[in-house]
Structures are given as C-alpha cells and as structure tokens.
Design a protein around this ligand. Structure first.
Ligand SMILES: [Zn+2]
Length: 492
C-alpha cells in the first residue's frame, strides 16, 4: 500500500481547516490531526514541538500506566543531570560511535568558552553508569533498579510530531545486577511490561522479539523491541529493552566484590519507551473523522453535549447535574456549554477522539434518558448509539468505556493479522517489502549482509526476530540456512 513519502515538518504550525481523509494520505492526515486536535504545536526551534495540554494529558496517562508497572516490578525513580562531559561520553567506544552524529553540544556558559564540551544527553547510560560505579562496592549493593523520567535530545534531520523530534520525553530504566542471568530476566520482564502497556492500555497490538545485530542499540549485547504496524504498512518500534552485558560496567568501572570475594563487573540493562507510543496510537486508531483515543489514555472519557433549542433551563440544569454526578464518580468528563450548534460540537469531539459522547435534549429529558454515542463505531452502525436511563449513566459508562477499549484493540489486531504475511519465495518477499504490504514474515539467516541487501533493494529491514517454528530450512531472502524467523518491514 504505497503512499506519499513522509512529509518534512514545516517551520510554523499550519492552520488546519479540514483534516484530509486518513485512507488517502496517512502522512498528511497524521500531521493535520496532531495540530487540529491541539495535541502539539511547532516550536520556534526547528524540529522541536510543544506538547499542548490535550497532548500532555495523553502523555501523563501513559506515564502513569508505565510508572505503576515499574514500581510493581521493584523499580524506583531517580533523576540524573542533562549534561555529560565529553570525556565520559567517549569512554564506551561503540556507544559514542552510535550516538555521535546526533549529539548536541554545549560549548559556552555565560561568556566563558568551556574547557571541555558538554553533551546534552541523547540517552543516559553514561552518566548513570558513572554514578553506579560510585554506589556499587559489594554484591550486597545489587541489584540497582532505577527508572528516570526525562527529556533527551537527538539532532535529527527529519522530524515529525511524536515520531521524531530533537527533544523528546521518555523514561529510561537502568539496572545493574550481579549475574548475567538476572540481567536477562530483567530485560525480558520489562519487554513484557511494554507489550502490556501497548496492548492493554494503548490498544496497540505488537510483536515482541530480538533486534538483529545491525539494529541493536549502540553498546548492547542484545536488544529486544515491541513493533507495531501502522496503516500505511510501515512498522513502528514502540519500546526497547537492552542487555548491555558488562560493556558499560567495564567502561565506567561498575565493579563489586562478589560473595566469593572476587572482584567482578556488574551486568547492566537499560530500557525505554517515549512519547512515540502516542504517535503509534494516533495512527493505529484514528479514522477519517479524527482521533479515536483508547479510553484508558484519553484525557476525557466522555463529553456531555446538551441539546438546547432556545432557552431551556431544564436541559441545562439536568446536564450540569449529570456532569457533577459523573465528576464525583471519578470520571474524566467535560460539559460542553459553548455557544455552538450541536453538530459542530459533535464533529469537534469526534475529531478529538473522546471515546463517548452523552447527548441530552428535551426529548431525552422528558423520557428520563440520555443518548450515548460510541466513538469506536461508524455512524449508524449497530450499537453506535444507546439510550440509557439518566439515573444509570454513572453505572453504564465504565462498561461502555471498557467496550470501546476492547473494540479498538480488536480492530487493530485484525488489521495486524491481515497484514502479517508469510513469504516463501524470494521475488514475492521482495515485492511485499517494496509494496509496504505489512509485517513480512520469513525464515531468515540472521546475517547482516543479507539484511543490508534486502534493505538496498526494498528499503525494508528486520523489525525483530524470534525462534524458528520448525520445518523451515532456508532463508527466503538469500537461500542460506535459516536460523530464526524475522519480520521485515519498512519503518518509521
Ligand atoms: Zn538471508
């Protein structure tokens, strides 16, 4: 399903009058909806974006879902500084080589030119590793299980809201362990946490697996990822979990005396998810009418629209009372009393993706009911509208919200299943990759040369790998013996 190429970010936030249809041009739709729904604005510095309150509301809820799971798995939050001395950054050779082209530098403080340049963190392994070396002496000091909520900066050439920006918000977990086995377990555990949040909170189905050697994090021994599929057939990496082996421990001196009195290097891990996940859920769930937000992340779960023709004090009073009741019940709800036509308000809240709309008019009031409209359904579709007794709204809303969440996930799951395509023969495989047909699933040789050749021909590369299922013998891409199964796709 080839579509126009990714648009570059304009210099100023464009004024969006109409959101173009999603099915025609995902890229144009995506940018338009990010601005029109007031999720973001472009900042005066190229490639930086402002997260507006509605966008920040999404981020806050994603953050809360992750944070709760990090704490439940034994982690604590801490904060490390933004600036890293150049001499520290260059100590882990592979890491610095991987990040060097994207690092922004501070060279002057006030009027003083600095004797040593300071890097603005592109990620924090270096500064955190340095501190862990100070804190760890004995096996009794391990494990260290810390997460940091932070901004980082990577000097990207092409940027897009949420998907790629110079500065972005994320979390980075950093742990140190006495044994390799513990570090491996940690990395697997956090990959599960990411998959859980992606699927059960954001409603975005993902494939879990290991990255190939050419896609591995700079300085890691193993990188694992969750990968989602966007409607244009491109994959999006939505979270990563890295085993760093003893590489960073050796570079930064994280040593401890083990139970047997020997001096050993710690085994470290890092893992991260950023606001990119928001970009994924926008693309996966949205439709031609705008956003469709998963209820668990939606800043507003429901909006009440009173339908008043002329002065109708009864409807207004009933709407306000309903609003107060729902607020008291802990629901994230808004009462829209703007001086606009109901049709305008309906379209506006649909565009912003609010999961449920509660309509209350004179007829409803006379019948003692409200009409609830689900954002996940098409207009006129079975079950899109329900009439609910006014007194039951507080009880019915949580059930309906859960139903909307399940249906968004189910729709996305169907799409992923329909666009996960096994290929058995080389030409077919290359054509599917070139056409961005989805996640192209093949037995693979796990050789960087093979991946590079596929990429040169099709712009697709491996998204992640998993064990062979048995029966496969040869790599579909090159004919060498297969050792894993791999999803190939073009990516964001
Ligand atoms: Zn191959």
């Amino acid at each position: 399903m080839p579509q126009p190429e990714t648009l570059d970010q304009p210099e100023k936030t464009p004024l969006v009058k109409e959101v173009p249809p999603k099915s025609k041009d995902l890229s144009a739709w995506y940018n338009a909806i990010c601005y029109k729904a007031e999720l973001v604005s472009l900042a005066p510095v190229r490639g930086c974006m402002v997260l507006r309150p509605y966008g920040y509301g999404l981020w806050e809820r994603l953050q809360a879902a992750l944070d709760e799971r990090f704490k439940a798995t034994g982690h604590e939050n801490a904060y490390f500084p933004l600036l890293i001395p150049e001499s520290l950054l260059t100590r882990e050779a592979e890491h610095v080589e991987g990040f060097a082209p994207e690092v922004a530098w501070v060279t002057q403080g006030g009027n003083e030119v600095l004797a040593e340049r300071l890097a603005i963190r592109p990620t924090s392994e270096v500064i955190i590793g340095t501190m862990y070396a100070e804190w760890v002496h004995s096996y009794r000091d391990l494990p260290i299980l810390i997460n940091q909520w932070a901004n980082v900066m990577r000097w990207e050439k092409r940027t897009r809201p949420f998907l790629r920006s110079l500065e972005f918000l994320w979390q980075e977990g950093h742990t140190a362990h006495a044994t390799e086995a513990e570090a491996s377990e940690e990395v697997a555990r956090m990959l599960e946490v990411y998959a859980d949040v992606a699927e059960n909170v954001a409603g975005v189905p993902v494939y879990k697996g290991e990255k190939s050697s050419s896609e591995r994090f700079a300085g890691a021994t193993h990188t694992y990822s969750i990968e989602a599929l966007m409607p244009d057939g491109r994959a999006l990496q939505a979270g990563t979990s890295h085993e760093l082996g003893q590489n960073f421990a050796k570079a930064y001196g994280i040593e401890f005396s083990a139970e047997d009195q020997t001096l050993q290097y710690a085994w470290t891990t890092s893992w991260g998810m950023s606001w990119r996940m928001i970009g994924a859920l926008i693309m996966v769930h949205g439709d031609d009418r705008g956003l469709r937000l998963p209820p668990k992340l939606a800043p507003l779960e429901a909006v009440i629209v009173p339908i008043v023709k002329g002065p109708s004090e009864d409807v207004t009073a009933a709407a306000r009372e309903l609003y107060a009741t729902l607020k008291r019940a802990g629901l994230r709800v808004k009462l829209d009393e703007r001086d606009e036509r109901p049709g305008f308000k309906f379209a506006d809240w649909e565009m912003r993706g609010v999961p449920l709309r509660i309509e209350l008019g004179a007829n409803d009031l006379a019948a003692g009911t409200v009409t609830i409209v689900r954002r996940d359904r098409e207009r006129g579709e079975e079950g899109a509208k329900t009439s609910v007794p006014l007194a039951d709204v507080g009880k019915v809303l949580p059930e309906l919200l859960a139903a909307v969440g399940h249906s968004l996930f189910a729709q996305a799951k169907d799409f992923l299943a329909a666009h996960t395509l096994p290929a058995t023969e080389r030409e077919q495989f290359l054509r599917l990759c070139r056409d961005r047909a989805g996640m192209i699933d093949i037995p693979w040789c796990n050789r960087p040369e093979c991946e590079a050749a596929v990429k040169a021909e099709t712009r697709a590369n491996t998204r992640n790998l998993r064990p062979l299922e048995g029966g496969e013998t040869l790599c579909v891409a090159c004919g060498e013996p297969a050792v894993v199964r791999a999803y190939f796709a073009q990516s964001y």
